[in-house]
Design a protein around this ligand. Structure first.
Ligand SMILES: Cc1cc2nc3c(=O)[nH]c(=O)nc-3n(C[C@H](O)[C@H](O)[C@H](O)COP(=O)(O)OP(=O)(O)OC[C@H]3O[C@@H](n4cnc5c(N)ncnc54)[C@H](O)[C@@H]3O)c2cc1C
Ligand SMILES: NC(=O)c1ccc[n+]([C@@H]2O[C@H](COP(=O)([O-])OP(=O)(O)OC[C@H]3O[C@@H](n4cnc5c(N)ncnc54)[C@H](O)[C@@H]3O)[C@@H](O)[C@H]2O)c1
Length: 410
């Protein structure tokens, strides 16, 4: 068995590097090894479908830290090499290059990967997914010459890339299996706002459709065939049909997994020396009283601090209210809280929905489960306080912009 004192982190993206940073901030002086299969040092993904894709941000701006940060903070960064296995008995990780590294504690921050669409033609040239910076650059280049863009999936990737393609002047068709974009996350009432937004910006949004084939000639995609027989001609096809958590290492190592690596509120897995954070973690959330897996930036930014402290033996729990944001055209929004699909019984709007300047609240049993501020700012802390407080609210006062958000309970 390895006697290593190293704290090893697998996955050199936002969650991974934030854990390394937190270990140093907590005063850990032992070796920290951050291993990633991408060739790039850790970078942020949100700009890849927004400013960087739109050509409004330089490449330098996407990185979490300057290249010099790693040496300055004693973090050994090993890039471009996947971890192939975790040997729990030997307390070592095996890298794909044949080397092995011992660990005292191990953090899995392996994130998630795009789900592929299982239809004929899906592997043709011109069918593009968006997860990594090179994907964003490929899409950016394709948008320069494409006059017709087909997007499969009206989730976050589909809608943000559709907005970028429209900004470039392309004709855009978005094809979504559900009855509305973002339906599972927002429910019908608020999802409608995103349908209108895209239609008003000239997107041909087709909901409730089934893709049967990606058509092409000479190995290159030239459109999308739907199950009703219709055909959408396109120069490029973007696919954003969801992700799956990268649990392969955890599964092979015999850790408890399901919808991610199952961890407690301190982000500890079924092995007390192995932790997980970010997109891959299916973590017990004390506020919600259940396990959730969050596929958003804020979670990957903050969960690693809790993981790092827990790795150092502190008794900690991650209980931030889940949070995410998006920017599409002239719509900016923040969302705080957590609602299972269909898990609410009332939606209350405050403000002007038609002008897209409002807050939406999702309620169950008179309590606020989540809130979304759209083009209204400096209110998300108050929304989080309502979610965290869990007190019954008066829907009439909640809907009234004249009543402060800390005066709506009762
Ligand atoms: C284009 C895009 C835009 C987004 N925009 C937003 C946004 O606006 N707002 C928001 O809230 N969220 C957004 N997100 C989601 C957010 O970026 C993710 O939640 C976040 O990246 C998760 O971070 P992570 O470190 O947990 O995982 P990841 O970012 O997936 O990183 C995991 C890393 O581990 C590596 N890895 C996996 N397996 C191994 C292995 N065996 N060995 C070595 N390395 C491995 C992966 O290659 C990857 O580099 C966006 C995501 C994308 C793709
Ligand atoms: N602003 C943000 O928070 C943001 C932005 C970009 C990406 N992300 C993250 O990136 C990841 C990937 O995003 P995504 O948009 O791919 O996933 P998603 O889960 O947000 O949306 C996938 C969409 O594809 C639809 N779909 C699934 N199969 C389909 C099919 N065969 N045909 C047509 N539609 C189909 C689903 O109904 C859903 O609407 C997610 O984790 C997401 O949270 C977040």
């Amino acid at each position: 068995m390895s006697e290593s004192s190293a704290y090893v982190i697998v996955g050199a993206s936002l969650a991974g590097v934030k854990a390394a940073e937190a270990l140093r901030e907590e005063g850990f002086r032992g070796p920290v090894v951050l291993i990633g299969d991408e060739a790039e040092r850790p970078y942020e993904r949100p700009p890849l479908s927004k400013d960087y894709l739109l050509g409004n941000a330089e490449r330098d701006t996407i990185y979490v830290h300057p290249a010099s940060w790693y040496e300055e903070n004693g973090v050994e960064l090993r890039l471009g090499v996947p971890v192939a296995g975790v040997d729990r008995a030997a307390r070592e990780v095996a890298l794909a290059d044949g080397s092995r590294t011992g660990y005292a504690k191990l953090l899995l921050a392996t994130g998630s990967s795009p789900r592929h669409i299982p239809v004929p033609g899906a592997d043709a040239d011109g069918v593009l997914y968006l997860r990594r910076v090179a994907d964003s650059e490929r899409i950016k280049a394709a948008f320069l010459s494409a006059s017709r863009v087909a997007v499969i999936g009206a989730g976050w990737i589909g809608l943000e890339t559709a907005a970028a393609a429209r900004a470039g002047g392309a004709e855009v068709t978005v094809m979504e299996a559900g009855e509305l974009p973002l339906l599972r996350v927002l429910g019908a009432e608020a999802a409608q706002v995103f349908a209108s937004l895209h239609r008003e910006h000239g997107v041909d949004l087709r909901c409730g459709v089934q893709v049967s084939e990606i058509t092409g000639a000479g190995g290159r995609a030239d459109g999308v065939r739907l199950a009703d027989g219709s055909h959408v001609a396109a120069d490029v096809v973007i696919v954003g049909v969801g992700i799956t958590p990268n649990t392969q290492l955890a599964e092979a190592a015999g850790l408890e997994t399901g919808n991610g690596v199952i961890v407690d509120a301190g982000l500890r897995s079924s092995d007390p020396d192995i932790f997980a954070a970010g997109d891959v973690a299916h973590a017990y959330h004390p506020l919600l009283g259940r396990h959730i897996r969050v596929e958003h930036w804020f979670n990957a930014l903050h969960q690693p601090q809790t993981a790092a402290r827990a790795m150092l033996g502190q008794d900690v729990a991650y209980d931030h209210v889940p949070y995410f944001y998006t920017d599409q055209y002239d719509l900016g929004m923040e969302y705080a809280g957590y609602v299972e699909p269909g898990g609410y019984d009332q939606v209350v709007f405050r403000g002007d929905v038609d002008k897209r300047e409002f807050i939406a609240f999702w309620l169950a049993g008179g309590r606020v489960l989540a809130g979304m501020n759209v083009n209204v700012w400096d209110v998300n802390d108050a929304i989080q306080a309502l979610v965290r407080g869990g007190l019954p609210v008066d829907p009439v006062r909640l809907a009234d912009p004249g009543v402060a958000l800390d005066q709506v309970t009762g």
